[in-house]
Design a binder for this molecule. Structure first.
Ligand code: NDP
Length: 456
């Protein structure tokens, strides 16, 4: 028997890492974790949680406008960025504490500094070396900026959560999750947003109907520069930035937010001291049990770049811990993972897009409705919601569910359960709706591709 200091050494106390620590410790393992930043990782500190708080803040702008149709006479709205930041920071500090307590209460050894692999079963942290039977890499990802002159003047999603002042205007570069969410958030908070995206429709990878719809909705609210790239950024004498597009157009702006993707965090991790391999995108390569090419070293979450979502990292971390210390033989199921983009309106998606189904060569039917939410009959807001089901013809299973509309994330979660259970279109149809809601549209879709108004 080898003499190890720990049964499991986790590098990175984000979603996947902390979950693995907790489950392993509950199963009796001696666990250590190293984290050089705040506990909770991207999700808690620079992602999901603060972003959702900002998103709530931004929604009040719409509520303020919408309430007039319902008889309210609102006064002048004033928004104070510093209050939002202070309240957000307080909440994040509370969550950091909760994460730390999860670890401390289980007697998990915490190293608040950077750790490096020094061998197959060895980690160096705080100037000491420790031996561990298993090691889990859960170091997450980091924003990545495209390369162009002046890109150092652009901020990323890391900095936007701590901006001392809200700029009057911003150029957001990219058309993915972060670009879409921050375009909506900052627009809602009163910033003049220009979104520059190299493609024709936002949110590549989402269903084409959703992409067309959301691009249209965005264009009603903010300036979209599609099929455009940023060629350079420079600072003008007045302190403003100038973003120069490939069209030659120059946009004067307070900030530029580069939301051009994230890369796995593997720098200075000591991978060269092991047999661990990386893919072309930098992601650590793992097998179906999340084990790297170095036996005993595992990796989960954004650093393996499979599905870079918090709940996926949690599930992966849990699977590894249960397998190593609970003898359980689960495999991660990547089918029907729901996800939401918290832009305005929200987007949610479960299962396959129509393009994916086409590629698979399956016969399918599409049920699609563009619906005017009941609320907007009085608010007067020019906003529709889109809902779409894709049904495999042979099995009649609902294999794709897509939505753009208010609270889409809240709404899609329940449908994801049904789809994971293999729900058919007939199961949807015989489910009684909750009236009057947008959600009931999913169980009352009789015709393929229709456009109508709620209640008609
Ligand atoms: P995404 O991959 O979603 O989007 C990156 C964007 O940058 C795309 O529009 C992409 O364009 C564009 N881009 C990439 N390379 C270049 C380039 N060389 N020049 C110009 N444009 C470029 O990344 P995000 O940073 O927005 O988010 C990272 C991940 O974090 C997401 O994929 C998601 O998994 C996760 N996330 C999840 C959230 C949620 O669940 N709500 C919220 C935020 C993030 P193109 O489409 O043409 O490739």
């Amino acid at each position: 028997m080898e003499n190890y200091d720990f049964d499991l050494f986790v590098i990175g106390a984000g979603s996947g890492g902390v979950r693995a620590c907790r489950v392993a410790a509950d199963l009796g393992a001696r666990v250590a974790v190293a984290e050089e930043r705040d506990f909770g990782g991207t999700c808690v500190n620079l992602g999901c949680v603060p972003k959702k708080l900002f998103s709530y803040a931004a929604h009040y702008a719409d509520d303020w406008e919408d309430c007039r149709g319902f008889g309210w006479k609102p006064g002048t709205a004033e928004f104070d960025w510093s209050s939002l930041l202070a309240n957000k920071n307080k909440e994040i500090a509370r969550l950091n504490g909760i994460y730390r307590n999860i670890l401390k209460s289980r007697k998990i050894r915490i190293f608040s500094s950077r750790a490096r692999l020094t061998g197959a079963h060895e980690v160096e942290v705080g100037g000491e070396r420790y031996r561990a039977r298993y090691i889990l890499l859960a170091t997450g990802g980091w924003p990545w900026k495209t390369s162009f002159p002046g890109n150092e003047l652009a901020i990323t999603s890391n900095e936007i959560f701590h901006l001392p002042e809200l700029p009057e205007s911003i150029v957001i570069y990219g058309g993915g999750y972060i670009a879409a969410e921050f375009a909506s958030i900052l627009h809602g908070l009163g910033v003049a947003v220009t979104l520059v995206y190299r493609g024709e429709k936002l949110l590549r990878g989402f269903d084409e109907d959703i992409r067309t719809f959301i691009t249209g909705e965005f264009s009603k609210r903010l300036r979209l520069e599609l099929n455009r790239e940023i060629e350079s950024i420079a600072r003008a004498d007045n302190g403003q930035l100038r973003a120069i597009l490939d069209s030659g157009e120059e946009i004067a702006t307070g900030e530029v937010l580069c939301a051009t993707g994230r890369k796995p965090m593997t720098c200075d991790l000591g991978l060269e001291n092991t047999r661990i391999e990386r893919q072309a995108d930098g992601a650590i390569e793992v097998d179906e049990h999340f084990e790297t090419a170095e036996p005993g070293i595992f990796a989960v979450g954004d650093v393996i770049n499979r599905v870079t979502l918090t709940p996926v990292a949690l599930a992966e971390g849990q699977i590894v811990a249960r397998r190593l210390f609970g003898g359980q033989d689960e495999n991660m199921d990547y089918e029907y993972i729901p996800s939401a983009v918290f832009c305005h309106p929200n987007i949610a998606t479960v299962g396959r897009t129509e393009s994916e189904v086409k590629l698979e060569g399956k016969d399918y039917d599409v049920y699609l409705a563009k619906v005017r939410q009941l609320k907007h009959t009085l608010s007067g807001r020019d906003e529709l919601s889109l809902i779409k089901l894709i049904v495999e013809r042979e099995s009649q299973c609902v294999i794709g569910l897509h939505m753009a509309g208010p609270d889409a994330g809240e709404l899609a979660q329940g449908f994801a359960v049904a789809m994971n259970c293999g729900a058919t279109k007939a199961d949807f149809d015989r489910t009684i709706g909750i009236h009057p809601t947008l959600a009931e549209e999913f169980v009352t879709m009789r015709n393929q591709r229709k456009v109508h108004a709620v209640g008609t």
